[in-house]
Design a binder for this molecule. Sequence first.
Ligand SMILES: Cc1ncc(C[n+]2csc(CCOP(=O)(O)OP(=O)(O)O)c2C)c(N)n1
Length: 659
Amino acid sequence: MRYHIGDLEEQKLLDLYTGMLKPRMIEEKMLILLRQGKISKWFSGIGQEAISVGVTKSLKENEYILPMHRNLGVFTSRNIPLNRLFAQWQGKQSGFTQGRDRSFHFGTQEYKIIGMISHLGPQLGVADGIALADMLRRKRRVTAVFTGEGATSEGDFHEALNVASVWNLPVLFCIENNGYGLSTPTREQYNCEHLADKAKGYGIESRIIDGNNILEVYAKVDELCKAIRRRPRPILIEFKTFRMRGHEEASGTKYVPEKLMKEWEGKDPIANYESFLLKEGVLTEEFIASVKEKISEEINTNLQLAFDEPEVSCNESKELKEVYKHFDYEHIESESNKLENIRFVDAISQGLEQSMYRYNDLIIMGQDVADYGGVFKITEGFVPKFGKRRVRNTPICESAIVATAMGLSINGMKAVVEMQFADFASSGFNPIVNYLAKVHYRWNEKADVVIRMPCGGGVGAGPFHSQTNEAWFTKTPGLKVVYPAFPFDAKGLLNTAINDPNPVLFFEHKGLYRSIRGDVPTDYYTLPFGKANLLREGKSISVITYGAGVHWALEILDKYSEIDADVVDLRTLQPLDTETIFNSVKKTGKLIVLQEDTLFGSIASDISALVMENCFEYLDAPIKRIGSLETPVPFAKSLEANFLPKNRFESALLELYQY
Ligand SMILES: Cc1ncc(C[n+]2csc(CCOP(=O)(O)OP(=O)(O)O)c2C)c(N)n1
């Protein structure tokens, strides 16, 4: 291995050496503890230390870094207290996730480290968002993000590089090509010579760096970081290296040819650098011995601290409470009380616009949302008012954009993402349910993101432009789900969704966009989550519904003046206003839940179960759940009319009334 000292000072050379030694020694200790059964799982980065250490030391302390599972050197180079790191791995309270997540799955704003989720790829889009926030604030900073070569096969890799290129984001994408993704060798993972070659396809620069040569890593990455700070842009680096141990310790390395292992053993980044420094007279045996003793002592002391810590105790109410970031709802009434009769679509547009004025750091992202105004024209006219920096057309890449929104939030901004159609949220499903939803519970970080979901059927749009998929999200702890039925609610609830630092899925029924009008205050106001609206009061039946269902229920009830029903519009599904539901059922004794979604595993099913559990003695009839047919949403008018529940609701209502 050839080393070039360049203009690095002796102190720096030693710093890089001790920087690599520390994670190596921690790992060696962990391997012993693993054999003793004192820790459960270990992903080794032995042999890859030069990359973590070299990259981290090239960054400034206030620059974010997003490591993966083989980047212990990132954490040690940022001087994270070892007792906290060990406590994290042991699932103890003083770790970074209070026992809620394992290994390197955590972030810490204090050290500007944003840890991975198991799904690997979303990390790359989050880096885009962090870099975007820096770029928008004109801060000349680099964001560095890691991926293994295996994860470059994920769509997230493609999406994140593409977004970074189109938006010219200052991200350093670092691929650690260590030969294997679990047991899969590179030749089965991709079919080009170098992964760095992919950069050309995205229109960005790339470099190939010997990942086992600390001086090469440090010198080149340092230079690239300076270049990015001078002229912000994305750069892709492929570090050539090797995974010297199994994917995780239990899985072994049987599938790795011995010859390959031997070859890379000779390229160990620490041993080689050590003998180079000894030869150069920079290092002495005494220095090595004393550094090792110091690190060893630090490891042992901190390990003891972590082992001495009791197992985490469970406080159920704390667990539940910390799924969401605390949000003090501020009720804001319209100041002027001036009303205007507008359409549902206009109310959403107004709320969004007024929120853009309220928050200078609120960014809107979505396909065709800029000059075109979005396919439903909600953001029409926004570009002249807020500019294209804040109203951002995105490539067609839902996953990367949700991850980018997460990154914006991490770096202190707010984001509203418009899904062109709610159906397409499936392409961004992973970061929504696994990143946004879980981030606060895991490591206390907010996901200040609203995802707008134009949804619903009845418009002859077929299986992929008609779904109302709220149940995909109400199932996932950590998300809030809002589903208004009237212009007044839509505006007030959207404003609250944007104020709330938690991730909110905001469903907008596109059938209501231009068919429903209402009086709406012209200026800004908010409405609370978790408060259903009792639209009509009656004594004989409770009709619980939301979205388009509200309008179907009102229309059909208008035909039967003898049925005096409570009509409850839920407005938000998560949180769900169970109090209003229960009070109504206790009064009427009969419940019919109407929804547009298919029934199995849906809100109606849950409401039915909750009422059974909480109001059984008050019921005078079996609960009725009315939803769409258990099929995809069909295209032809006659099929769709049969699919939707409106007609079935009418007959079920009469049946229940007569029961
Ligand atoms: C979406 C997803 N699919 C599969 C896995 C299982 N898995 C975890 S790590 C890994 C290999 C990753 O390989 P690579 O990206 O090369 O990183 P390395 O482990 O080699 O550092 C796999 C298959 C996962 N965590 N997430």
